[in-house]
Design a protein around this ligand. Structure first.
Ligand code: NAD
Length: 522
């Protein structure tokens, strides 16, 4: 009931520069379709990563406020679950249209708070929007099954909503990941609590403003803020039936364990170290362009960034050309025309990335391209790391073992395809991998033997569109990968199955005597 923050306002104008905001406003929370200022005592400062100017303060909401948000979602559930799927679909159509209309505004909020370039931020929005578009197929996706299992007897199944569900999101895709959750959770009849990353909640705030306009009733989507304390509150709230988490292994494994111990369904997508195997018979130019884009785009802050090259045989000779191409990328404020990559999220993140580069140097690797110390002229105070390539890396080095999550490409050498497969399979992460080759047989051998969830064949970032599912593997997904995001598995995650077995005999053929043996139908 209070004025909305600048970033969540209905204004048709929105910031498209990194200029200092004269009077930054605190980010409100969102409950019962209203933006409300928090009475929090603690706030988390949010800085523009290109300048380190204050953009907004994000509240660490009080427990009373968090409980009120959960109560609101709980109260909204009975009416929402009884709203027809066709009515929910109509709201989703409107939501999709509004996201498209506000595409630039959403992207601008992402560039300002997260740092990625405006063009890349538009891709962030589109990838999420496509999940909302796919969710419009709810009447088809929610259809159950039916079979006449015996004479006069049939079994049929329903997919019913769970109740209140929660989503806990990371900083790197401020629109896409909330949209992995909002459309499918709500169109299937659940109500939800969304906790965006405390580092960039602006896009999520715009999304809920649009959700309200689209016609979502009060309480169906509430947004709460904060860091660990908010997450713990959600994990322990008995009303919350399921949790969707995307983020680091440290947070995600904890959330999976504590959420599961509390009897909740948890889907949790975690960290990654995505390898590409490069074969001498590949199209070299295509490979160089693909890998430079996939390693350094979004400053390497994508869970599907191609961060590790496995150079098979003589392909290691191509690395100077890869470095030449990477050197040509423009590192600049995300609103600047021609910027290829922006800053990393925080000064701490920059420091961590630089210390991993230093560790590689110390452990005997070669820093083929060194992005440390770079500063674009106009933005001397941002969190800059320019593209960095480390060659002659071995699997025991820290820069190989850890997810760097920055614009750093580490390169290892092997002799054969089998060696490449063995190396990749030994890595504890298994989110995505790619192979560059012109040989169908080589690609097929790789596909069959590789232990990774998402495989690109001459495709550097093989993230499936939402009619499929996001299928990480190994430590890149909690719980053995049983609960994947979006697609039909996403619908299953957000629904409970119910099966009904019914008998309608037209005559009095029903047995006259009680039968105590296990019922069987032959
Ligand atoms: P993060 O784990 O630091 O934060 C994610 C969320 O968890 C945030 O909302 C944060 O408030 C909360 N959180 C953080 N630490 C917590 C703790 N100890 N206890 C409770 N809650 C906590 O992740 P991030 O830095 O925002 O995102 C980057 C990570 O996300 C990378 O590891 C990346 O690979 C991963 N990621 C994975 C996917 C995927 O689909 N596999 C997609 C995007 C990002």
């Amino acid at each position: 009931t209070q004025p909305m923050s600048a970033l969540a306002s209905t204004a048709t104008t929105f910031p498209t520069t990194h200029e200092k905001i004269a009077q930054p406003e605190d980010t409100p929370y969102f409950i019962d379709n209203a933006f409300v200022p928090s009475k929090a005592e603690k706030f988390i400062d949010l800085y523009d990563p290109a300048t380190n100017n204050l953009v907004t303060r994000v509240p660490q909401m009080t427990n009373d406020e968090l409980q009120a948000a959960i109560d609101s979602a709980q109260k909204a559930f009975p009416a929402w679950r009884n709203t027809s799927v066709l009515a929910r679909q109509q709201i989703m159509f409107k939501f999709v249209g509004l996201i498209r209309e506000n595409w630039d505004r959403l992207a601008a909020s992402i560039t300002l708070e997260q740092g990625k370039t405006f063009a890349d931020a538009k891709g962030d929005v589109l990838r999420g929007l496509q999940v909302a578009e796919a969710a419009c197929a709810a009447p088809e996706l929610l259809k159950g099954e039916i079979l006449e299992v015996a004479k006069d007897m049939e079994t049929r199944s329903y997919k019913e909503p769970l109740g209140v569900v929660a989503a806990i999101c990371p900083f790197n895709f401020p629109a896409m990941i909330p949209l992995w959750c909002i459309p499918i959770a709500t169109v299937t009849g659940n109500t939800m609590i969304l906790k965006p990353s405390e580092r960039d909640p602006g896009a999520a705030m715009i999304l809920v403003e649009l959700a309200k306009k689209a016609g979502f009733p009060d309480g169906v989507i509430n947004v709460v803020h904060g860091a660990h304390d908010t997450v713990n509150f959600i994990l322990d709230a008995p009303e919350v039936k399921a949790i969707s988490f995307v983020g680091s292994n440290k947070a995600g494994e904890y959330i999976y364990n504590r959420g599961s111990a509390n009897g909740k369904r948890v889907q949790a997508n975690l960290g990654a170290k995505n390898h590409a195997a490069v074969l001498p018979d590949c199209n070299k130019n295509q490979f160089i362009n693909a890998v430079v884009g996939a390693a350094f785009g979004a400053a390497g802050q994508r869970c599907m960034a191609l961060s590790t090259l496995v150079m098979v045989g003589e392909t290691k000779e191509w690395l100077p050309e890869v470095a030449e191409s990477a050197k040509r990328l423009s590192v600049n404020g995300g609103f600047e025309p021609g910027a290829d990559l922006g800053p990393v999220i925080s000064p701490q993140s920059k420091e961590r990335i630089e210390s991993l580069i230093a560790s590689a140097e110390k452990e005997g690797a070669t820093i083929l391209l060194d992005g440390r110390g770079f500063k674009p002229e106009k933005y001397p105070n941002g969190n800059w790391v320019a593209p960095t390539i480390i060659s002659n890396v071995t699997p025991d080095m820290q820069c190989y073992k850890e997810e760097i999550f920055g614009p750093v490409l580490v390169c290892l050498n092997v002799d054969t395809l089998d060696d490449a497969i063995e190396l990749i399979n030994k890595n504890e992460y298994g989110n995505g991998t790619a192979i560059f080759t012109k040989s169908g047989a080589t690609a097929e051998t790789f596909r069959k033997n590789i232990e990774a969830g998402q495989i690109g064949i001459n495709v550097p970032i093989p993230v499936p569109l939402p009619m499929f599912s996001f299928t990480g593997n190994k430590r890149s997904i909690a719980g053995g990968g049983a609960n994947t995001f979006y697609g039909r598995p996403g619908v299953n995650f957000y629904t409970q199955q119910k099966t009904v077995t019914a008998m309608w005999a037209s005559s009095d053929a029903i047995s006259k005597k009680a039968d105590v043996a296990m019922p069987t139908h032959n």
